[in-house]
Design a binder for this molecule. Sequence first.
Ligand SMILES: Nc1ncnc2c1ncn2[C@@H]1O[C@H](COP(=O)(O)OP(=O)(O)OP(=O)(O)O)[C@@H](O)[C@H]1O
Length: 406
Amino acid sequence: MLGRLIRRVANLEAAIAESTAQRRELHNQLVELRGNIRVFSRVKPHPASALTLGGDGASVRLFAEGKDQGFTFDRVFGPQSTQAEVFQEVSELVQSALDGFKVCLFSYGQTGAGKTHTMQGSKGPDAQGIIPRAILKILDEVERLKEQGWVYELEASFIEVYNETFKDLLADGKGRDAGKITDQNAVKHGVAGGHTQVAGATTVRITTTDAAAALVRKAAQARACEATAMNAVSSRSHSVFMLNITGRHAASATTLRGALNLVDLAGSERLNRSQAEGQRQKEACSINKSLSSLGDVFAALASKSAHVPYRNSKLTHLLQPCLGGSGKTLMFVNVNPEAPSLQETLCSLRFAAKVNSCETAARGGAKRHVERAGCEAPSSSAATAQVTLHSIPSLSKHASLAGLYM
Ligand SMILES: Nc1ncnc2c1ncn2[C@@H]1O[C@H](COP(=O)(O)OP(=O)(O)OP(=O)(O)O)[C@@H](O)[C@H]1O
């Protein structure tokens, strides 16, 4: 009798493992079919919008430079879109980071277009943006995966890139130079798909939503202090929430190393060079340089160029493992639909269209990072076949979003 029950449990566990393997395999096939570089646009609410949204949920039109111009992306979120709807569309990429992929989400657009609203959001469960929702999803998944024998470690950093210099937003201390990282070679990419670190930046182990909320709050305070002291530096710097994810499964001696980078880019508006002087001119040059370096990296990837200029800016160097063929990237292009912003909106949409054109070229190259004893970073399909037998990830519908934002 007991023997029969034990066999039954073993059979049921094998069946669960089998269906989990299929789920992960299908999930990753789906993500890869959609392309490893995807572009979404989000239109901020405005009572007199100069943009027209297509009924297909993926296109937007505007009249500028004397003609009607249309753009199509993977998805366009209209002004009515909620934070929950937006997160729903990106949650599969968050899942990919847990599955061992290097993932990067950007928000791009002119100042005030909604980048921080999309990434960070504001207080209250409905208003929270991608960062708090992603942390909550990951912690929830990690808890579930424990039952399958997986032990996950989450290590977070919060970095700012201002005038091509890194700053640790989690550093203690106040003042303009607090957290400034002067080491020009601070970016350290782990070998064979290991984690990326910024040497000298604080890393915090995240085990609870409270710890995560405290970290997000500290980074937001550091940016707010700067905003007062230095005339809103935050809109002229990039912020990167970096989460390195390590999953270990003792029974199969398997280790997964994924990463989730959530990037709020500097405002993309073109400053009038003739009017910008001193510090503002330096900032403008540095923002232009890093945003155009990002564009250059996408262009090189699209043309399958032998050389991809990751090292031309701190940001692209930091995000190299996500941007390259083995990672997954999603760019949000936030636009302000009011008439005076039309020219900036057109520039943003053109940039996004360029990034979007990389999708097909880069398609199909993403690799998860898997290690097993005596077997480093096998090919994606081999890894999928052997490694996915131990988890049943899914987001708890009852999980609370409370407490993760500031
Ligand atoms: N989709 C939206 N729904 C409601 N409010 C929004 C939306 N997008 C932006 N806002 C509001 O517009 C204002 C500016 O947005 P936000 O701060 O996110 O812009 P930003 O692009 O991050 O600007 P900056 O580059 O200066 O940091 C905020 O008050 C924000 O709450």
